[in-house]
Write a protein that binds this ligand. Structure first.
Ligand code: ZN
Length: 125
């Protein structure tokens, strides 16, 4: 779907309606939220290489908590199911983006992963 900024965000059909409503509600409050949703398996591997390291162990076995920032093992990320969104301009808990999501995202079925202020998904993982 298209964000207020004109960029696009891809999520699973099952949550598209809720995410669209969330973006509209944020826009009504003066916030142009957008971010990255669905990720292919190859894209998840690329993120693991960037955040965790490039060896077989780094990509497939290293605990997510040992990556910077924490990054799910390929095959286990909510992004690969289209059920998570990394919101841009939501890097810390002091941003307007985070504060708005903390107050409103639950109404649209999204929960925050505590270790990543920008990462919101249907189950908080
Ligand atoms: Zn994420």
């Amino acid at each position: 779907m298209t964000c207020a900024s004109g960029s696009t965000i891809t999520v699973a059909t099952s949550i598209a309606g809720d995410v669209k409503a969330l973006l509209a509600a944020a826009k009504a409050d003066g916030l142009k939220l957008c971010g990255g949703g669905f990720r292919t398996a190859d894209a998840q591997i690329a993120v693991r290489k960037a955040n965790c390291g490039t060896t077989y162990y780094d990509i497939w076995q290293k605990p997510s908590s040992q990556c910077s920032p924490p990054t799910a093992i390929p095959g286990t990320s909510m992004h690969e199911r289209g059920l998570a969104i990394d919101f841009t301009s939501c890097d810390t808990r002091t941003t307007a983006c985070y504060k708005w999501l903390a107050a409103n995202a639950a109404d649209f079925g999204l929960q925050n992963l505590p270790s990543e202020p920008w990462h919101w998904s249907t189950n908080g993982r």
